[in-house]
Unconditional design. Structure first.
Length: 230
Protein backbone atom coordinates (compact mmCIF):
# COMPACT_ATOMS: atom_id res chain seq x y z
CA UNK A 1 0.00 0.00 0.00
CA UNK A 2 2.76 2.44 0.99
CA UNK A 3 5.74 0.57 -0.43
CA UNK A 4 7.06 3.66 -2.21
CA UNK A 5 7.05 5.83 0.91
CA UNK A 6 10.50 6.93 2.11
CA UNK A 7 9.50 10.07 4.05
CA UNK A 8 6.76 10.64 6.62
CA UNK A 9 6.05 14.28 7.40
CA UNK A 10 3.83 15.62 10.15
CA UNK A 11 1.84 18.66 11.02
CA UNK A 12 2.77 19.85 14.53
CA UNK A 13 0.00 21.63 16.46
CA UNK A 14 -2.95 19.34 17.26
CA UNK A 15 -1.18 16.45 15.54
CA UNK A 16 1.77 15.88 17.87
CA UNK A 17 0.51 17.94 20.83
CA UNK A 18 -2.63 19.96 21.75
CA UNK A 19 -2.26 23.46 20.35
CA UNK A 20 -4.54 25.77 22.30
CA UNK A 21 -3.44 24.80 25.84
CA UNK A 22 0.12 25.57 24.73
CA UNK A 23 -0.85 28.94 23.23
CA UNK A 24 -2.97 29.90 26.26
CA UNK A 25 -0.06 29.19 28.62
CA UNK A 26 2.29 31.22 26.44
CA UNK A 27 -0.17 34.15 26.27
CA UNK A 28 -0.54 34.05 30.07
CA UNK A 29 3.25 33.95 30.54
CA UNK A 30 3.66 36.96 28.25
CA UNK A 31 0.89 38.88 30.02
CA UNK A 32 2.46 38.33 33.46
CA UNK A 33 5.82 39.47 32.10
CA UNK A 34 4.28 42.60 30.63
CA UNK A 35 2.48 43.21 33.92
CA UNK A 36 5.79 43.18 35.80
CA UNK A 37 7.93 45.14 33.38
CA UNK A 38 5.56 47.32 31.33
CA UNK A 39 2.53 47.81 33.59
CA UNK A 40 0.92 50.62 31.62
CA UNK A 41 0.16 48.08 28.87
CA UNK A 42 -1.72 45.70 31.17
CA UNK A 43 -3.41 48.30 33.41
CA UNK A 44 -6.07 48.91 30.77
CA UNK A 45 -6.32 45.38 29.39
CA UNK A 46 -7.27 42.07 30.94
CA UNK A 47 -5.54 39.06 29.33
CA UNK A 48 -8.52 38.24 27.11
CA UNK A 49 -8.76 41.84 25.92
CA UNK A 50 -5.10 41.87 24.96
CA UNK A 51 -5.55 38.64 23.01
CA UNK A 52 -8.49 40.19 21.16
CA UNK A 53 -6.41 43.25 20.31
CA UNK A 54 -3.74 40.95 18.93
CA UNK A 55 -6.32 39.13 16.79
CA UNK A 56 -7.59 42.40 15.38
CA UNK A 57 -4.02 43.48 14.66
CA UNK A 58 -3.24 40.19 12.89
CA UNK A 59 -6.12 40.77 10.46
CA UNK A 60 -4.61 44.00 9.19
CA UNK A 61 -2.10 42.48 6.77
CA UNK A 62 -2.30 39.25 4.75
CA UNK A 63 1.37 38.52 5.46
CA UNK A 64 0.56 37.96 9.13
CA UNK A 65 -1.39 34.82 8.21
CA UNK A 66 1.88 33.42 6.90
CA UNK A 67 4.40 34.87 9.37
CA UNK A 68 3.06 34.67 12.91
CA UNK A 69 6.43 35.58 14.37
CA UNK A 70 6.45 38.89 12.49
CA UNK A 71 2.84 39.49 13.53
CA UNK A 72 3.55 39.04 17.23
CA UNK A 73 6.71 41.11 17.11
CA UNK A 74 4.98 43.95 15.29
CA UNK A 75 2.03 43.83 17.67
CA UNK A 76 4.29 44.07 20.71
CA UNK A 77 6.25 46.89 19.08
CA UNK A 78 3.03 48.84 18.54
CA UNK A 79 1.88 48.20 22.12
CA UNK A 80 5.17 49.43 23.50
CA UNK A 81 5.05 52.64 21.49
CA UNK A 82 1.36 53.19 22.26
CA UNK A 83 2.02 53.18 26.01
CA UNK A 84 5.22 55.25 25.70
CA UNK A 85 7.75 52.50 26.21
CA UNK A 86 10.63 51.49 23.95
CA UNK A 87 8.67 49.56 21.34
CA UNK A 88 11.76 47.75 20.05
CA UNK A 89 12.59 46.52 23.56
CA UNK A 90 9.04 45.37 24.26
CA UNK A 91 8.96 43.58 20.92
CA UNK A 92 12.32 41.85 21.22
CA UNK A 93 12.10 40.75 24.85
CA UNK A 94 8.37 40.10 24.79
CA UNK A 95 8.63 37.80 21.81
CA UNK A 96 11.51 35.92 23.45
CA UNK A 97 9.29 35.33 26.49
CA UNK A 98 6.36 34.20 24.37
CA UNK A 99 8.44 32.04 22.03
CA UNK A 100 10.11 30.18 24.89
CA UNK A 101 6.75 29.46 26.52
CA UNK A 102 5.19 28.50 23.19
CA UNK A 103 7.72 25.66 22.82
CA UNK A 104 6.77 24.08 26.16
CA UNK A 105 4.47 21.50 24.62
CA UNK A 106 2.94 18.37 26.11
CA UNK A 107 3.13 15.60 23.55
CA UNK A 108 0.27 13.19 23.08
CA UNK A 109 1.21 9.93 24.79
CA UNK A 110 1.81 8.04 21.54
CA UNK A 111 4.06 10.59 19.88
CA UNK A 112 7.59 10.03 21.15
CA UNK A 113 7.60 6.21 21.19
CA UNK A 114 5.98 6.04 17.75
CA UNK A 115 8.30 8.61 16.20
CA UNK A 116 11.31 6.72 17.55
CA UNK A 117 10.10 3.51 15.92
CA UNK A 118 9.14 5.21 12.65
CA UNK A 119 12.58 6.83 12.53
CA UNK A 120 14.12 3.38 12.11
CA UNK A 121 12.23 2.82 8.85
CA UNK A 122 11.59 6.28 7.38
CA UNK A 123 13.03 9.75 7.15
CA UNK A 124 10.83 12.12 9.18
CA UNK A 125 9.83 15.70 8.42
CA UNK A 126 7.40 18.41 9.52
CA UNK A 127 5.38 21.22 7.96
CA UNK A 128 3.66 23.86 10.07
CA UNK A 129 1.78 27.11 9.50
CA UNK A 130 2.74 28.20 13.02
CA UNK A 131 6.01 29.07 14.74
CA UNK A 132 6.62 25.97 16.80
CA UNK A 133 10.22 24.79 16.39
CA UNK A 134 11.03 21.08 16.21
CA UNK A 135 14.41 21.78 17.81
CA UNK A 136 12.99 23.81 20.68
CA UNK A 137 10.18 21.36 21.48
CA UNK A 138 12.65 18.49 21.65
CA UNK A 139 12.16 16.72 18.31
CA UNK A 140 15.33 17.80 16.57
CA UNK A 141 16.88 14.35 16.92
CA UNK A 142 13.89 12.73 15.20
CA UNK A 143 12.77 15.28 12.58
CA UNK A 144 15.31 15.61 9.78
CA UNK A 145 13.80 18.56 7.91
CA UNK A 146 10.99 20.97 8.76
CA UNK A 147 9.38 23.86 6.89
CA UNK A 148 7.29 26.68 8.33
CA UNK A 149 4.94 28.98 6.47
CA UNK A 150 7.23 31.91 7.24
CA UNK A 151 10.20 30.13 5.65
CA UNK A 152 8.25 29.05 2.57
CA UNK A 153 6.34 32.35 2.33
CA UNK A 154 3.30 30.17 1.75
CA UNK A 155 0.89 28.55 4.19
CA UNK A 156 -0.88 25.22 3.92
CA UNK A 157 -2.81 24.25 1.84
CA UNK A 158 -0.67 26.15 -0.70
CA UNK A 159 1.33 23.47 -2.59
CA UNK A 160 4.50 25.56 -2.42
CA UNK A 161 5.09 24.74 1.24
CA UNK A 162 4.81 21.02 0.48
CA UNK A 163 7.07 21.40 -2.55
CA UNK A 164 9.74 23.03 -0.38
CA UNK A 165 9.82 20.08 2.02
CA UNK A 166 10.08 17.63 -0.90
CA UNK A 167 13.08 19.58 -2.21
CA UNK A 168 14.77 19.45 1.18
CA UNK A 169 14.46 15.69 1.21
CA UNK A 170 15.28 15.45 -2.51
CA UNK A 171 12.21 13.23 -2.73
CA UNK A 172 9.36 12.97 -5.20
CA UNK A 173 5.95 13.96 -3.75
CA UNK A 174 4.74 10.40 -4.26
CA UNK A 175 7.45 9.18 -1.87
CA UNK A 176 6.10 11.33 0.98
CA UNK A 177 3.26 10.51 3.36
CA UNK A 178 1.83 13.51 5.24
CA UNK A 179 -0.03 13.17 8.54
CA UNK A 180 -2.14 16.02 9.93
CA UNK A 181 -5.32 16.89 11.77
CA UNK A 182 -6.80 19.60 9.54
CA UNK A 183 -8.99 18.38 6.66
CA UNK A 184 -8.14 21.27 4.33
CA UNK A 185 -4.69 22.48 5.40
CA UNK A 186 -3.25 19.02 5.87
CA UNK A 187 -5.19 16.41 3.90
CA UNK A 188 -6.45 18.41 0.92
CA UNK A 189 -3.23 20.43 0.84
CA UNK A 190 -0.95 17.39 0.89
CA UNK A 191 -2.88 15.41 -1.72
CA UNK A 192 -3.08 18.49 -3.93
CA UNK A 193 0.72 18.65 -3.84
CA UNK A 194 1.01 15.00 -4.86
CA UNK A 195 1.71 13.57 -1.40
CA UNK A 196 -0.06 10.64 0.16
CA UNK A 197 -2.07 11.83 3.18
CA UNK A 198 -3.45 10.39 6.39
CA UNK A 199 -6.00 12.28 8.47
CA UNK A 200 -5.24 11.97 12.17
CA UNK A 201 -8.55 12.42 13.94
CA UNK A 202 -7.77 12.39 17.65
CA UNK A 203 -11.07 13.99 18.66
CA UNK A 204 -13.32 11.72 16.60
CA UNK A 205 -14.55 14.70 14.59
CA UNK A 206 -16.86 14.48 11.61
CA UNK A 207 -15.18 14.87 8.24
CA UNK A 208 -16.55 17.94 6.38
CA UNK A 209 -19.25 16.75 4.00
CA UNK A 210 -18.22 19.19 1.28
CA UNK A 211 -14.77 17.59 0.95
CA UNK A 212 -13.83 14.32 -0.74
CA UNK A 213 -13.46 11.53 1.81
CA UNK A 214 -9.90 11.06 3.06
CA UNK A 215 -8.15 7.98 1.79
CA UNK A 216 -6.88 7.05 5.22
CA UNK A 217 -7.85 7.97 8.77
CA UNK A 218 -6.23 7.11 12.11
CA UNK A 219 -6.95 8.08 15.71
CA UNK A 220 -3.30 8.29 16.75
CA UNK A 221 0.21 7.35 15.67
CA UNK A 222 -0.20 3.81 16.97
CA UNK A 223 -2.91 3.31 14.35
CA UNK A 224 -0.61 4.92 11.79
CA UNK A 225 2.02 2.31 12.55
CA UNK A 226 -0.57 -0.45 12.09
CA UNK A 227 -1.68 1.08 8.79
CA UNK A 228 1.90 1.19 7.55
CA UNK A 229 2.47 -2.41 8.62
CA UNK A 230 -0.63 -3.55 6.76
Amino acid sequence: MFDQITVIAFDLDDTLWPCMPTIHRAEETLYRWLERHFPRITEGHEPAALVELRRQFSAREPRYAIDMTAMRRDFLHQLGNLYEYDGELVSRRGFEIFFHARQQVEFYHDVLPCLRRLKRRYRLGAISNGNASVDHVGLGHLIEHSVSAAEAQAAKPDPRIFEQLARRFDAAPGEILYVGDHPVYDVVGATGAGYHAVWINRDRSEWPQELPEPGYQVADLLELESLLSD
